[in-house]
Design a protein around this ligand. Sequence first.
Ligand code: CAA
Length: 256
Amino acid sequence: MAIDYKKEGKIAIFTLSRPEALNAINPETLDGLSRALISFKDDDELWVGIITGAGDKAFSAGADIKTMLPKLRTTMGQPWAEPPTIMKGLKLWKPMIAAVNGAALGGGLEIALACDLRIASENATFGVPEVNLGLIPGWGGTQRLPRVIPWAKAAELLLTGRPIDAQEAYRIGLVNKVVSLPELMPTAKQMAEMLCRPGPLAVRAAKQAMIQGTNLSLEDGLELEKALEDYLVTTEDFGEGCKAFIEKRKATFKAK
Ligand code: CAA
């Protein structure tokens, strides 16, 4: 299986699993990732996702240069060749964490960029080397990178294809935290647990407002925020959150 998908309580863990090819994404992996993400999105019991790579060398070295890129000319624009994922085509408001356990290059970095939080192991590297192949990133790298890190650093990475290490990624705000490799998954799970504590519908609405808001004028963004707030005040969780505060106890949220 190119994708290992498992559930631990409210947390879904997606593992890109082709270590012999540095977890490069071939069509089977992309299809498996798409199916697992859709299953996660539709599963009311799951609140947070973590995505990582198998082994200790790579998160993912990107699209499979041997099996995917040669077919690009013929598959371009074919819906079956681009199943919906967080990188493109799937609107997923449940929070996602990338636990980057090694090289995150090209499509690998683009998967991490489509997550909300990124934790890196000390051996992680990040880059968009597509220009070295005579290509540009195709899973959102040119659009998300300049939205996540300062423009000049995004231009440096995108135009030179040069990779950076975990410490530099932390310094420029590409990752939230750098930890040792053995600490990576425990840290990602702790963060996921932290994201499971607040009201899940509110967490999803905050993510939706942030992401959709980046494409809107301030005025339209404020309208979107208002619409989401109007929805949240009608939810059971909002009632429970306020009641728990007044009663000085921990809220029990149900995603309702
Ligand atoms: N596609 C297919 N196979 C890949 C691969 C990829 N993206 N990256 C690595 N592999 C394979 C290698 O071919 C090699 O296989 P063999 O043992 O059968 O030869 C195996 O994984 C191990 O790789 P290396 O021997 O190259 O390992 P290394 O430690 O010397 O180098 C690396 C590691 C720097 C990550 C190097 O493998 C590399 O540069 N990989 C390509 C990275 C890249 O260019 N990614 C962008 C892909 S295009 C893209 O992603 C488009 C998009 O936007 C979606």
